[in-house]
Design a protein around this ligand. Structure first.
Ligand code: SAM
Length: 365
């Protein structure tokens, strides 16, 4: 089967590396990674991918210039594996440079084709995350139909019981940790932890816990769901768990944020390896530390205050650790250089509608 791991643009390479670790060779394209696989790879990637948004299965691809042709060809796709009478579905279409451009009409014809093939009217989903979603993409008259194997987006791990201002999506937080290459060798610190997402995702990495361990996926509702295979993959994952021998720490000036981080870490099942404290730039000392953080940079804070915070971050790291690497987000290079003159841009991506760079600054005193 043709599969596609959807990534946030800018994070495709990190998703490809994750796939490689799972033994899957993929081809990086804008917006994700294409790869081949069977049900095993569908389950494995949904369970383990930390940085991806969702995993799609390419059901069929054909040329269509008229609605009658669309219905006829779409009715030949093997819908029976993915759609049952009581499973609600949602069809979403996009169209670029194609004769068929009316997306609502395309969606309606796809539903008609499914009915033609299966002999029943598919149930419509009311909510985005309900049942199975079908993604139809027209480009230059080529129609590609995909089924979303994940269901709710993969960033919804299920542990976020609360959030404070400007939380980072779980998959983006995980991607930032993966970019740092940290796997639990040195203390990891997030001095602006907010809802605790970065330290929690780092705990998953260090413990080698799959981020999808405790959630449901759309493929579990399919007719061909192999519960035995899924059970085996969960068992294998549990056997791969590691111990954590270094501190994983989150700090925040806002007591509510710290309370929220603790709650989230408890729900995530990692509260024993991660600690949160209500402190600003704490007096802690380590030989070596990896600092991974998403400082405040939004429009709500005055520019001066933000600049001061970025400068303080660099000074604090230089004073407290013999060796430190800081991986941090910044909306521009000028601000990033406040942390360190030689701030290195690793990638950039959209975070809540704002394009941010992921920068690295390293110190050795
Ligand atoms: C962009 S949010 C971090 C969001 C976090 N990554 C998450 O996923 O929820 C920035 C955080 O920095 C905190 N903060 C602002 N000034 C601070 C300071 N001087 N010391 C520590 N924390 C501070 C804010 O309270 C806020 O929770």
């Amino acid at each position: 089967m043709e599969l596609f791991a959807v990534s946030q643009p800018g994070l495709e390479e990190i998703t490809a590396e994750e796939l490689k670790e799972l033994g899957i060779e993929g081809k990086v394209v804008p917006g994700g990674v294409e790869f081949e696989g069977s049900l095993r790879e569908i389950y494995l990637t949904n369970l383990w991918l930390r940085s991806a948004n969702r995993v799609l299965l390419r059901l069929c691809r054909f040329k269509a210039k008229h609605f009658a042709e669309l219905v006829r060809k779409a009715a030949k796709c093997s819908w029976e594996n993915y759609i049952t009478e009581d499973l609600p579905i949602k069809v979403r279409a996009t169209s670029k440079h194609s004769k068929l451009y009316h997306t609502k009409a395309i969606e309606e014809r796809i539903l008609r084709a499914i009915k033609e093939r299966l002999g029943f009217e598919p149930k419509r989903a009311k909510y985005e995350d309900e049942g199975t979603s079908v993604i139809v993409r027209f480009e230059n008259d080529i129609c590609t139909i995909s089924v979303n194997t994940s269901g709710a987006p993969l960033h919804k791990r299920g542990y976020r019981v609360c959030e404070v201002e400007a939380p980072l999506r779980e998959n983006l937080a995980a991607a930032v940790v993966l970019f740092s290459g940290w796997k639990g060798e040195a203390p990891l610190i997030d001095p602006f932890c907010g809802s605790g997402t970065i330290p929690i995702e780092a705990s998953f990495v260090a413990l080698n816990i799959p981020p999808g361990r405790n959630r449901k996926f759309a493929f579990m509702e399919w007719r061909n769901f192999d519960g035995k295979l899924w059970g085996e993959l969960l068992k294998e994952a549990d056997q791969k768990r590691k111990r954590v021998n270094v501190p994983i720490l989150g700090f925040d000036i806002d007591p509510e944020a710290v309370e929220c981080s603790v709650k989230n870490s408890e729900k995530a099942g990692v509260s024993e390896v991660v600690q949160f404290k209500n402190l600003s730039f704490p007096e802690i000392y380590y030989e070596k530390a990896v600092i991974v953080t998403n400082p405040p940079y939004g429009v709500r804070l005055p520019k001066r205050q933000v600049e001061t915070l970025y400068s303080m971050l660099g000074d604090w790291a230089a004073r407290h650790f013999k060796e430190a690497e800081i991986y941090f987000l910044s909306p521009n290079r000028k601000l990033a250089e406040r942390v360190g003159e030689r701030a290195e841009l690793l990638t950039y991506f959209s975070n809540g509608g704002i394009t941010v760079g992921l920068y690295r600054v390293a110190y050795i005193s």
